[in-house]
Design a protein around this ligand. Structure first.
Ligand SMILES: O=C(O)CCC(=O)C(=O)O
Ligand SMILES: [Fe+2]
Length: 325
């Protein structure tokens, strides 16, 4: 649609008035926390605790992922989206029938709902026995190698973050990883592509939501658009693409495990009139059979469990079908 050079946005993309970016402007002058992993350990743990409880979101720098790898990831992802439409549609997903992997344009099941100004590609990248080789883009040819390398780096950074988050909750550093599945922890890659939009003030790239993951690790191209909900206002994430910062979202599973101490951040993304925006979100999720509930170590008489305990499969089913948890 976007390529046909529309001047007006088709009705299905026009958000309800209160959701339109022009009626819900971001607060100016607020900056999201940036945490350098090169700082002394105790400081990093303290900064992680503050950011995870006050924002549910932070940027990390000095994480050790080579800038050249992030550039390659972005290059092969963009090359895939520039392929002819028929070639991309050969990978079409079908979320309404439980096939989430592949190329798609919306996750909604309800045909009356407003849709988002986005195309995406979704696939599992770890562990190896959960990867569906068939669905990975075969073009460009280096897509696989680059994404495998990035996935290894994501696992390394995930381990580090789960250790820091455990310590920041006053727990032994292995606790969170063992509850999120240990070596069975899964990574899902979602490449988001937001084409230029004729009336960006009326549309959204991704509607307000929290991620159902434990953590989400995201990089984007240099076009801004991500906003977070903080204390009753939208706040734009300030961009640090030159430093190769990774955006870290606290997801629903982390909120549950921490019994609400850490907040799953509500966020949305805006689109742009002239420029194409892309982002690469890696969802760190438990295996479907993992049972997730508030960590017993964090509960006592003063702090009873605020969330029910259930398998990740059950949580996911409820979230997709909008059934209260
Ligand atoms: O594009 C972005 O920055 C956010 C995307 C997002 O929230 C998601 O894919 O879950
Ligand atoms: Fe998200």
């Amino acid at each position: 649609l976007a390529l046909r050079g529309l001047n007006e946005l088709p009705a299905k993309f026009i958000r309800p008035t209160h959701e339109q970016p022009e009626n819900s402007k971001a607060l100016e002058g607020v900056t999201v926390p940036v945490i350098s992993l090169a700082k002394p350990h105790d400081i990093v743990v303290k900064e992680v605790a503050e950011a995870a409880s006050e924002w549910g979101f932070f940027l990390i720098t000095d994480h050790g992922i080579p800038a050249s790898l992030i550039e390659q990831l972005q290059k092969v992802g963009k090359e895939f989206f520039m392929l002819p439409q028929e070639e991309k549609e050969a990978y079409a997903n079908d979320p309404a029938n439980g096939k989430f992997d592949g190329y798609g344009t919306t996750m909604t099941k309800n045909l009356d709902e407003k849709v988002e100004w986005i195309d995406y590609f979704f696939h599992v990248t770890a562990p190896p026995y959960k990867v569906n080789d068939e669905i990975w883009p075969r073009n460009p040819p280096s897509y696989r190698e680059v994404n495998e390398e990035y996935s290894r780096e994501m696992l390394r950074v995930t381990d580090k973050l789960l250790e820091l988050l455990s310590e920041s909750l006053g727990l032994d550093k292995q606790v969170l990883k063992s509850h999120v599945g240990g070596d069975k922890i899964e990574l899902e890659m979602k490449i988001n592509m937001y084409p230029p939009c004729p009336q960006p003030q009326l549309a959204l790239g991704v509607e307000p939501h929290t991620d159902m993951s434990a953590l989400t690790l995201l990089v984007s191209n240099d076009v801004p658009g991500l906003q977070l909900w903080k204390d009753g206002n939208w706040v734009s994430v300030n961009y640090l693409t030159k430093t190769g910062a990774i955006f870290v979202h606290i997801g629903d599973q982390m909120e549950v495990l921490s019994n609400g101490k850490y907040k799953s951040v509500l966020h949305r993304s805006l689109v742009n009139k002239e420029r194409l925006r892309m982002s690469w979100a890696v969802f760190v999720v438990p295996p479907h059979e993992a049972v997730i509930g508030p960590l017993p170590e964090l509960l006592d008489e003063q702090n009873p469990a605020k969330y029910s305990t259930k398998t990740y499969a059950e949580y996911r089913h409820r979230k997709f079908n909008k059934i209260p948890q």
